[in-house]
Design a protein around this ligand. Structure first.
Ligand code: HEC
Length: 202
């Protein structure tokens, strides 16, 4: 099928607009339908994009995918540290390891924040930033609660999800949240407990 020859102004049936600039007149043609479709589609797309990639809680933000990638990388290098111990001092010492705290933070945001809040302030789960705890007296109890859960599964057990080393550094990360100020703090539950011991010199 060949295209019809272009119309000349004299053949035009469309109405002219009433303005004229330097002898140039303009047909009053409506904007084509396909243009409106493209415009509408990009408006809808941008709204969805904004929600998913800037306000997402499902780990779809640029920041979250960066920390997930970083976590995968650090997990790869985990091999070199051997088995970390789960006693109070060994756990507290991990707080000084910025690499491990980055891994633990990513794991916390990906797995724990739905219940404890991104910064540990507490939602369904308890506030981990305050001085009161329900199941914790010692730093090592954090490791135990993460491993086996608490309150008949209200706090799930994570021993199948995370390796021993990952649970040690998660415990260290949770210990480091104590005394920080979350954006929204859930009311304290349990009993106030003594401060963590000072980390022993290495
Ligand atoms: C399904 C919701 C949920 C998820 C997910 C969750 N928790 Fe919990 N967590 C809870 C609840 C509820 C409690 C309080 C249990 C109780 O009442 O004894 C709790 C308690 C705890 C405690 C003990 C606090 C205390 O005062 O005794 C720690 C530590 C903890 N969670 C860490 C974590 C970590 C780390 C993760 C992620 C690996 C995590 N939680 C994921 C719901 C959750």
């Amino acid at each position: 099928m060949s295209n019809p020859p272009p119309r000349t102004a004299s053949q035009a049936t469309d109405p002219l607009t009433d303005h004229e600039y330097d002898g140039i007149r303009e047909f009053d043609n409506p904007t084509p339908g396909w243009w409106y479709w493209m415009f509408g589609t990009s408006v809808v797309f941008s709204a969805l994009y904004l929600v998913f990639f800037h306000f997402s809680v499902a780990g779809w933000t640029v920041e979250d995918s960066w920390s997930n990638d970083q976590r995968a990388e650090f997990v790869r290098v985990f091999g070199s540290v051997g088995q970390l111990k789960a006693d109070d001092q060994s756990i507290l010492q991990q707080i000084d390891n910025p690499q491990f705290m980055t891994i633990a933070k990513a794991a916390f945001i990906g797995n724990c924040s739905a219940c404890h809040g991104k910064d540990g302030g507490g939602l369904v789960g308890v506030n981990l930033c305050d001085e009161s705890f329900k199941n914790i007296k010692h730093v090592s109890d954090i490791f135990k609660v993460i491993t086996d859960g608490a309150n008949a599964g209200a706090m799930p057990a994570w021993k199948r999800t995370f390796s021993d080393n990952e649970r040690v550094i998660l415990a260290a990360y949770v210990a480091s949240l104590r005394g920080t100020t979350p954006a929204v703090a859930k009311a304290a539950e349990g009993e106030p407990i003594p401060a963590w011991p000072k980390p022993a010199a290495k």
